[in-house]
Design a protein around this ligand. Structure first.
Ligand SMILES: Cc1cc2nc3c(=O)[nH]c(=O)nc-3n(C[C@H](O)[C@H](O)[C@H](O)COP(=O)(O)O)c2cc1C
Length: 304
């Protein structure tokens, strides 16, 4: 999770029996670690495997080269599980398969799933309409039905706040669940107390989609700040999105703005009203727990 994944959190999720996914920009820019040293820190904190998230959206050559280096270092350091988001993951798959690793691809619709599979991914992270981050348009069960015949493991991403949600997803047929929001309200997450409390206090109906953060809809808590600033793009931004070249510049503007703004929103205790990303799984989140306790609670079957 950009910006909420600090190395202590990622390692704690793996130690607890999940697989913590490291986010390289969060590791370096937000939490200030040298990339390789940050991976080694996680590996000192747990001997269980960790994964890496590679946002591979087609952007500048410079970003692509940086991502290639990050993936290569991750492989050198023994990471073998990768989650790709956006873009065409063929070049990631090639590198990772060469050393026997696995690549799962984030998808919100069948057409992206097909692109992922055509490019060799091993499984799909199925991002539904309850997810934190960039949510998809489709409900949990419907997305499963849309993708079930593709015959690869499907991971449910979105809306999992407690063991009831977790078991429902498995009973639907998903092989596993990917959680974000639940782990913000954890002891090991370094996000501010104000942000964690906002996750605990929010109901599913408090989660709205804002285009103002990255230019595409992102799930955020509907606080005073969001109500004041609105959730829709400005007219000039829509106009820029309609042109091929201007779209590129607008994307760059949002990338730089959101990277800075989300970092501040997550870490700064005084930034009480800001972009607090969270999914509708807030409905099942009522307290801050350790990752160990969160995973134990999730995997315990709910009493009927
Ligand atoms: C604060 C936050 C940041 C996120 N950042 C990323 C990211 O950097 N890359 C990514 O692939 N997904 C990101 N996601 C999406 C999560 O990986 C996951 O799919 C999602 O959180 C699942 O929904 P949930 O929040 O209801 O558990 C983020 C989610 C949240 C809540």
């Amino acid at each position: 999770m950009y910006p909420c994944s600090n190395p202590e959190l990622t390692a704690a999720v793996s130690a607890a029996g999940g697989i913590g996914i490291m986010q390289p920009i969060s590791l370096t820019y937000v939490h200030g670690h040298d990339y390789r040293a940050g991976i080694r820190l996680m590996q000192r904190l747990t001997d269980k495997p960790i994964g890496m998230n590679a946002l591979i959206e087609k952007s500048s050559e410079k970003y692509r080269r940086r991502m290639e280096t990050w993936i290569d270092i991750a492989l050198e350091e023994g990471i073998r599980f990768f989650v790709t988001s956006l873009g065409k993951p063929d070049w990631v798959v090639k590198r990772v398969h060469a050393v026997g690793g696995l690549v799962y691809h984030d998808v919100t619709e069948r057409k992206w799933a097909q692109i992922g599979l055509d490019n060799g991914v091993d499984g799909l992270i199925c991002v539904n309409n309850r997810a934190g981050g960039h949510a998809g348009p489709t409900a949990t069960r419907q997305l499963y039905e849309e993708l079930a015949d593709l015959n690869v493991p499907l991971v449910c991403a979105g809306g999992i706040g407690d063991s009831q949600d977790f078991w429902e997803a498995l009973e639907t047929g998903y092989a596993a669940c990917q959680l974000g929001t639940r782990f913000i309200a954890s002891l090991e997450c370094l996000s501010s107390q104000a942000y964690k409390q906002a996750v605990i206090d929010a109901e599913a109906s408090d989660i709205v989609l804002s285009e103002r953060v990255t230019g595409v809809p992102v799930s955020v808590i509907n606080n005073d700040y969001i109500q004041r600033s609105g959730t829709q793009l400005h007219g000039w931004q829509r106009w820029m999105l309609s042109g091929k070249r201007s779209k590129h510049w607008l994307r760059l503007y949002f990338a730089l703005k959101s990277i800075w703004q989300l970092k501040r929103a997550s870490l700064d205790e005084s930034a009480r009203q800001n972009y607090w990303q969270a999914g509708k799984s807030v409905a099942g989140i009522h307290r801050i727990d350790s990752c160990e306790d969160i995973v134990q609670q999730l995997v315990s079957r709910p009493v009927p």
